[in-house]
Each structure stands twice: as C-alpha cells, then as structure tokens.
Write a protein that binds this ligand. Structure first.
Ligand SMILES: Cc1cc2nc3c(=O)[nH]c(=O)nc-3n(C[C@H](O)[C@H](O)[C@H](O)COP(=O)(O)OP(=O)(O)OC[C@H]3O[C@@H](n4cnc5c(N)ncnc54)[C@H](O)[C@@H]3O)c2cc1C
Ligand SMILES: NC(=O)c1ccc[n+]([C@@H]2O[C@H](COP(=O)([O-])OP(=O)(O)OC[C@H]3O[C@@H](n4cnc5c(N)ncnc54)[C@H](O)[C@@H]3O)[C@@H](O)[C@H]2O)c1
Length: 474
C-alpha cells in the first residue's frame, strides 16, 4: 500500500457520539485515526435526539414535580421561548467547532464530507468543496454511521413535509394542534414535551394496542394514563391510510384505516429509524445494504473476510441507544489497538456482553420508564424458568416524601434456576436513580442472597429493593 498523508491506522466513518468514542480509544491505544463526518460532529444524538429532547423535557418534568408538592406550584405556563433558548445553548447553536477541536486534540485527523467504502481498507470522501479525497487504512475501518428518521410509505405523507425528530427537537415554535404517529420512546417523549410547551391539542396515533411495546406492559399503561390525564388524545390500533396538506402549507389532514380523519397544524412521524447502511459503499466489499451490519462480540463485521471492518452504534442494530453504542465503541477501539499491536485480543473487557444481557434504558417521560435486561415475556421466550416479583413504588416512604401521591410500579424478573436477576423495570417519577443498581445486578449476575446485603438507605425510594426482595421471600 502506498504510504502518504492520507494513510491512517484506522478510519472511522461517522462522528456521532459512537464514532467519536471509537476514535478516542483507537488513539488512546497508540494508533492514528481519521474521522469522517458529513454533517455535524456530535451526530444525531447531540443535535437532534438525546440532548435537545431532554432539554425540552426537563422543564416539563420539573414543573410537574413542583406542582405535586404542597406549598410549591408553578405560577403560569412554561415559557416556551426560554426553553428553546436553553435548548439552543445545549446544542451549541448547531455549531460543532467545539467537537471538531476535541477530535483534533486527541489527536485525530478530521475530514468533513460523505464517506463511502471503496474496497478493502479504503474510504472515498466526497468533500464539500467538490471532488473526492481517498483515504486508506492500515488496520481497520469503523462504520459508525448511525441512523436517520424512517418515514413510512403512506400516500401523501412525504408530500405533507412531516416533522421528524429533527424538526421536533430543533423547533422554535410549538404547533397548537399536533398529530404524532408512533408509540415508541420518541413519540412518548416528544408528545409530552411539545404538549407542555404549547401543543394544546395533541393526538397520538398508535398502530399497536399499547405504548412502548418493548417494555413491560405496565410501563406503557402508566405512561398512557399520564398522557391521557394531561389532555393528550391517544388512539390505539390506528394505521395511517392517507395524509394531505396543500402545496402552499396550511393544516395537515390525516386519515386512518378505519376512516377517521384528524386535522392538525403539524404532523410528527416517530416510527423508528433507517439505519446508516445506504450509499456507504457496502457493495464494494461484497455486502448489501439490506439490514443492520452484523457484528461479532468484538464488533467486527462478520460478512467481511480478513476482519478489517467494524460496525458500532445504531448501524449494527444491536441496541439503538447512545450509551450502548459508546460501550461498543470502547470495545471496538481497544480490540483494534490490541490486534494492531499483536497483543491479546480476547480479554473479557474486549468482548460485548452487555448487549445480549439487555441494555439499560431510561425513557424520560412522566412517569419515567427505566428498564434493564429481559422483560418477563423475553425471559420466558428465551426458555428461562422465570419468576416475577412486582411492587408498588408508591408504598415506599421515601417515594411518598419526595413525590406526594407517588404512582409507580417495579418488577424484577428472576431466573429461578440460578436465583439471579434477568431483568428489572421501574416506572415512576424520578425512577431513573433506581436503575444503575439493577444494571449492576443484572450484568454481574449477583445472586439474590448477596443482593440482600446491599442495604438500601431510609428514607429513599431505593427501599423498593428491600420490598421486592422481601416479596420474593428473602
Ligand atoms: C428523539 C430521540 C431521542 C433519543 N434519546 C435518547 C436518549 O435519551 N438516550 C439514549 O441513549 N439514546 C437516545 N436516542 C438514541 C440515540 O440518539 C442513538 O442511539 C445515537 O445517536 C446513536 O449514535 P451513533 O453515533 O451510532 O449515530 P448518530 O448519532 O446517528 O451519528 C452518526 C453520524 O454519522 C454521520 N454519517 C452517517 N453516514 C455518514 C457517511 N457516509 N459519511 C460521513 N458521515 C456519516 C451522521 O451525519 C451522524 O453525524 C434518541 C433518539 C432519538 C431519535
Ligand atoms: N430515552 C431514550 O432512551 C430514547 C428516546 C428516544 C428514542 N430512543 C431510541 O431511538 C430509537 C427510535 O425510537 P422510535 O420511538 O422512533 O422508534 P421505535 O422503533 O421504538 O418505535 C416506533 C413506533 O412507531 C410505530 N410504527 C412503525 N412503523 C409504523 C408505520 N408504518 N405506521 C404507524 N406506526 C408505525 C411502531 O409500531 C412503534 O410504536 C429506539 O431504538 C429508541 O429506543 C431512545
């Protein structure tokens, strides 16, 4: 291979949180790296997903908590312009120069443009000034191309220029009448945020018969109850038949398969993700863009001979969550460095265990939905002899002190043969604080008899652990 300025040990395509972390670990491991990004360094997560959505949600959550506490209370509605201004701050006003500096200081070489594989260990970058910059890698190419919003193929939907997470999280104005399509985390979080910020007439059209279908059924039920109590109109079992909006703008009309019609100022499509496998040159290395990039536990793409291609984050479809992608990126960067230096590459820390155990996730609705590991249904489907332990979080003194009238529920999924936790779910206000204990218990497979000695403090909500273990029979 010809050596020159554009030859690096490793090339990372995509500089979302996951690509950035892969590059940092590669450099930390003593290798050189180039990072290619066509849009903003920081990725969907930092500008149009996790970070801005939470900036829009926190005020709603705080306001709700304050309103629940006797003696306090919100005076007047949330001031949407102030919330949008703070959102703009946390997304650095959509300026990625801070992240670019961080990358360059690693040090890594930053290349702005669209990257495409151009055969083994080669990447062509279509640069903004026109033309192509050809890069070569000595050891590995890492795909961290993430995902983009998926828009279902419904007559008139694209022509109606719907909002996706990108418009919803970056808006500076709230539509008064909003229709949301989908019942997953994006639909639930963004409906609540926008409703609190002025979308007074919000309607959610859900294809299934419940919200958040990947979580325990009671999680979707509690979130649905909360949405309905705040005045959000939830319609289950509805599929889109047709969407219409005049070419020159105006209201949008949605017809569902049962013939019902809904009208709103804006429609938000929250129907999942299109993985970043298209137009990235997969065919030049014998692959096809027909699904997630399948990887082994060291994040190496299984379809490519000689093991030089890796895929981390949303693009491998394992768990579409920032913290899981970053975990994979740490493994991937360290494995690449170990292999390049001829060091042992099969240490336990160099293999992905967490994805298969079940990723921890917090859905930042009110109530929060916090889960790790398997649900009851998943555990049974996977053939475990399973026992379920449920408890009302509202029965815990600490929970009632913190949130008067606390409504919430917790569930442990126990593997009866090994007496370890397969999963845990906590739903309720501020329940996120309970999750990491569960994540440790599930990932370390701590026997319940040992967990019994992890004494929760009084009076905190963590005493739910004591009640759950007592309920189990300890
Ligand atoms: C509204 C919303 C809220 C979310 N909230 C949370 C949350 O609270 N917590 C959580 O853990 N997860 C959350 N997620 C999921 C999270 O955003 C993703 O899991 C995360 O962004 C994945 O990171 P990534 O780096 O793999 O991909 P991305 O963030 O999508 O970044 C990929 C990057 O690659 C670039 N790219 C793609 N193709 C190319 C190419 N060919 N050449 C050059 N560059 C390219 C893109 O421009 C992009 O910058 C949320 C998602 C949404 C939509
Ligand atoms: N706090 C968090 O951790 C957080 C927040 C937001 C998103 N995320 C992650 O981002 C990813 C994307 O979230 P999402 O909510 O967009 O996707 P999702 O796949 O979780 O949910 C999509 C929803 O849209 C529905 N749907 C799909 N196609 C449809 C169609 N053609 N017509 C009508 N409905 C349709 C599905 O039935 C489902 O209810 C997920 O993996 C999610 O976990 C995480």
């Amino acid at each position: 291979m010809a050596e020159g300025n554009d030859v690096f040990d490793v090339i990372v395509i995509g500089a979302g949180p996951v690509g950035e972390n892969a590059a940092a670990r590669v450099v930390h491991g003593g290798l050189t790296a180039a990072v290619v990004e066509e849009r903003l360094v920081g990725g969907e997560c930092n500008y149009y997903a996790c970070v801005p959505s939470k900036a829009l949600l926190w005020p709603m959550e705080l306001a709700t908590e304050v309103d629940r506490m006797p003696g306090l209370g919100l005076r007047g509605p949330i001031e949407a312009p102030a919330v949008f201004a703070r959102r703009d701050e946390v997304v650095s006003h959509f300026d990625d120069s801070g992240y670019v500096n961080w990358l360059e200081k690693l040090p890594a070489t930053f290349v702005r443009g669209r990257g495409r594989l151009a055969g083994p260990l080669r990447v062509d970058v279509a640069v903004p000034e026109g033309g192509t910059r050809s890069l070569s890698a000595r050891h590995a190419v890492v795909l961290a191309t993430g995902s983009a919003p998926a828009i279902p193929d419904v007559p008139g939907l694209r022509e109606a220029r719907p909002w996706t997470n990108r418009e919803a999280t970056s808006t500076r104005q709230t539509p008064k009448r909003l229709i949301v399509i989908g019942g997953g985390p994006v639909a639930c979080e963004m409906t609540q945020a926008l409703h609190a910020l002025g979308a007074v007439e919000s309607t959610v059209l859900v294809r299934e018969d419940r919200l958040l279908t990947r979580t325990e059924p009671f999680a979707g039920e509690l979130v649905a109850r909360s949405l309905a109590e705040s005045g959000i109109d939830l319609r289950f079992g509805r599929s889109l038949a047709r969407v219409e909006r005049q070419a020159n703008g105006g209201p949008v009309m949605v017809q569902t398969d049962d013939g019902s019609r809904f009208e709103a100022d804006e429609i938000l499509v929250a129907t999942g993700r299109r993985l970043g496998v298209y137009d990235i040159g997969l065919e030049t290395v014998g692959m096809r863009p027909d699904g997630p990039i399948e990887v082994d536990a060291s994040m190496r793409a299984t379809a490519v001979p000689d093991g030089w291609l890796y895929a981390v984050g949303d693009v491998n479809g394992l768990n579409l969550l920032t913290h899981m992608g970053k975990y994979q990126a740490r493994i991937c960067g360290d494995v690449i460095a170990a292999r390049a230096h001829g060091r042992t590459d099969d240490l336990p820390s160099l293999r992905d265990r967490a994805d298969a155990l079940g990723a921890p996730q917090v859905i930042f609705t009110d109530p929060q939905v916090c889960a790790v590991g398997r649900t009851e249904a998943q555990a049974r489907a996977d053939g475990f002899r399973t026992r379920i332990v449920d408890h009302d979080i509202g029965a815990i003194v600490g929970a009632q002190l913190q949130v008067p009238g606390y409504v919430g529920r917790a569930r442990l999924v126990v593997d009866e043969d090994r007496r370890v936790l397969l999963g845990a779910t906590f739903v309720g206000p501020a329940a996120a604080d309970l999750l990491h204990g569960a994540t440790i218990a599930v990932s370390a497979e701590i026997p319940l008899e040992k967990l019994w000695h992890a004494v929760p403090t009084f009076p905190t909500t963590s005493e739910i652990w004591l009640n759950l273990l007592q309920e189990y029979g300890l």
